[in-house]
Design a protein. Sequence first.
Length: 191
Amino acid sequence: MGKARRKKRKTHENVTEEEISKVPHSFVMHKGDVGKSVLQLEMDMRHVMEPYTATKLKVNKKNVVKDFVNVAGPLGVTHLLMLSKTELGTYLRFCRIPRGPTLTFKIQEYSLTKDVVSLLKKPKTFGIQFKKPPLLVLNGFSTDSLPMKLMTTMFQNLFPSINIQKVQLSEIRRCVLLSYDSETKTIDFRH
């Protein structure tokens, strides 16, 4: 005798295209020659921005930023994250498409996901955790000055807002922590 199939009794919530179009979408890319470690950092940033980012975006040397901006409109992309490298250091730009603003940050130091996972005794990474957007936690961001207010708004608009009445705690499996240190004027980005 064959095994009987289980009947699906649970009703799954259908997400409409209208709800998906309201959510912020992003492109994560690099500009110029950046090296292998920055390319890996780009892939890690794409995982942070999942599920509303282009994870398999191909960037060629012939591509210009204008090409991505032109394609972004019809695809509903709202943000562009660009990694670049110069003699002075590595930089990360957060661009709001189509008319800005653009925030540029110099990366002081970073750890790749593969380095962190190699240090763990029991690494737990599943594909399920990247199906839902992360929870954004901002620490130390005061809205006193205009630049701080702009940074806070930019970071909040990178990820979809969470409806407290509808959210289930079991769905939140990831967290993005942005901590601002006012003494050193640096931002600590953790995922």
